[in-house]
Design a protein around this ligand. Structure first.
Ligand code: NAD
Length: 468
């Protein structure tokens, strides 16, 4: 385990990066500290007993509003963890140019020990507390899913918020990651995993970087191991598998499954749904959970929880690239060992920003009250059809039906979401890489990502004219 708390680790990363920038200490301190911390204890009736539930919401930065960040249900939730995750959200939003301050929420419960009715009661009471303290609203603070939560919990949050705010026309924008039928956006469920895929794919496209690692260019044929088979882990695995990578190992809290020839990701999901575990999957070897991180592979994707790669196991990691899909999966001590071994780490502040990016699109959709693509899809299809017809007539040549279909297809909401996400991840990656290349004394991509981010946040504050 690390000698630092999670928030101290994030602050250390911040301090390392801040040394490369010339901003006054007061301004840097303001960027680093959490702006608003809400610690809650509230009673909920569970069975015949009253349970006192511990929960938090931290708004790390108000340099832009609303604040934005997921809500986590886990026994590891505490104020330090939520503060660290909120801080990461601030830096993440800045990196991908999402105009929000960072926030995070957490409820200290083991979700699987509660029935749906009990979870609903806890979620609604938590939301009511946020409303009471003015900690939620489309212009104030907008939660989203995180570890242990999903569209179901977001629907309960929306329903509670709109019940207390019946006249608010933008109420749907109070939370993202909602079911599509309740103002959600197509593509949000898979957004974080897809962003992880786009980010790593972009890195793998670079010939010089791949050569330095002794790898070929592209993701096709690369071996991938993933820790965590929840939302982010499953979707990351699926996108890599579909792109021709070989996902050889998946680690869960109760074991690891391994097949050197590659695992069938959808069949594995079916197996997990049917049996409740990844263990005993047909054709795969069963290994202890911790061994997953130490498997031979090109790309390792921790997509479960923080602090899983540390001083004790970093030396055993064999991957050449680590993509941080989870928040804070590597401790600072672990990172030192990995960097010495020349492992390339694509940092969480960049790599898992797909979720918040598409949440931003969902929030925009809620405020504009119109589905993306609705206004121009048919217009585009009609005008490109007319153009192709004209070209065919003038040239006396026919475009084949398959090409015609592709050319004239107008964009649906999900096409636009994927395209916006791809653009965001690729641009952010190159901004970080350019900083890394330009500043010779920056030795890793995490520091470069923090530099990019602090620079943008500092510019916002300086525009206020209150810092010298
Ligand atoms: P999830 O609850 O859907 O899945 C997490 C999975 O990890 C579960 O299947 C759980 O059993 C497994 N797990 C827990 N501890 C483990 C361990 N020690 N070893 C192996 N597996 C373990 O959560 P998620 O939404 O996929 O989030 C995963 C990580 O990604 C978290 O760090 C979260 O903060 C981060 N993240 C999530 C999103 C999002 O949109 N959901 C966005 C950005 C970052």
């Amino acid at each position: 385990m690390s000698q630092f708390s999670f928030f101290q680790s994030v602050s250390n990363y911040f301090d390392n990066a801040a040394q490369h920038l010339k901003y006054p200490k007061g301004l840097l301190d303001q960027i680093k500290v959490p702006n608003n911390v809400l610690s809650l204890k509230f009673p909920v009736k569970i069975g015949s007993k009253i349970e006192i539930i511990e929960a938090y919401r931290v708004q790390h930065s108000h340099h832009k509003v609303p604040c934005k960040g997921g809500i986590r249900y886990a026994m590891g939730v505490n104020q330090d963890e939520v503060t660290a995750l909120a801080a990461l959200m601030t830096f993440k939003c800045a990196i991908v140019d999402v105009p929000f301050g960072g926030a995070k929420g957490g409820i200290r419960i083991e979700a699987k020990n509660y029935t749906d009715t009990q979870l609903q009661r806890i979620t609604r009471r938590y939301t009511t507390e946020l409303i009471k303290k003015n900690f939620i609203g489309p212009g104030i603070d907008v939660p989203a899913p995180d570890y242990g939560t999903g569209a179901k919990e977001m629907a309960w949050i929306l329903d509670t918020y709109s019940t207390f705010n019946p006249n608010q026309i933008d109420a749907y924008g109070c939370v993202t990651g909602k079911p599509v039928a309740l103002g959600g956006i197509r593509g949000r469920t898979e957004a974080t995993g897809l962003g992880v895929f786009y980010g790593i794919r972009e890195f793998c496209r670079l010939k010089d970087e791949m050569k330095a690692l002794g790898l070929t260019t592209g993701v096709e044929g690369k071996t991938v191991v993933i820790q965590g088979f929840g939302n982010v882990g499953y979707w990351s695995a699926k996108f890599f598998h579909d792109a021709g990578a070989i996902v050889t190992g998946i680690a869960e809290y109760d074991g690891t499954v391994y097949n050197a020839k590659g695992l069938d990701i959808d069949a594995l999901l079916k197996h997990v749904k049917a049996t409740g575990s990844i263990k005993k999957f047909k054709g795969a070897k069963n290994l202890p959970s911790a061994e997953g991180l130490e498997l031979e592979c090109d790309i390792l994707i921790p997509a479960a929880i923080e602090n899983v790669i540390h001083k004790g196991n970093a030396k055993n990691v064999k991957a050449k690239i680590i993509g941080e899909a989870a928040n804070g999966p590597i401790t600072p001590d672990g990172e030192k060992i990995l960097l010495k071994k020349k492992v390339v780490i694509l940092p969480d502040t960049f790599l898992n920003a797909g979720g918040v990016t598409v949440s931003y699109f969902e929030w925009l959709k809620n405020l504009s009250h119109v589905r993306f693509g609705r206004m121009d899809k048919r217009f585009y299809e009609n005008s490109t059809t007319l153009m192709l017809d004209t070209v065919e007539r003038v040239t006396n040549k026919k475009v084949n039906q398959r090409d015609r279909k592709q050319i004239v297809k107008g964009a649906d909401e999900v096409d636009l979401v994927y395209s916006g996400l791809e653009e965001t991840m690729i641009s952010a990656f190159h901004a970080i890489r350019d900083t890394h290349k330009r500043k010779k004394d920056i030795t890793d991509l995490r520091t470069a990502a923090f530099v990019v981010s602090i620079d943008k946040i500092a510019t916002s504050y300086l525009s206020l004219g209150i810092f010298p």
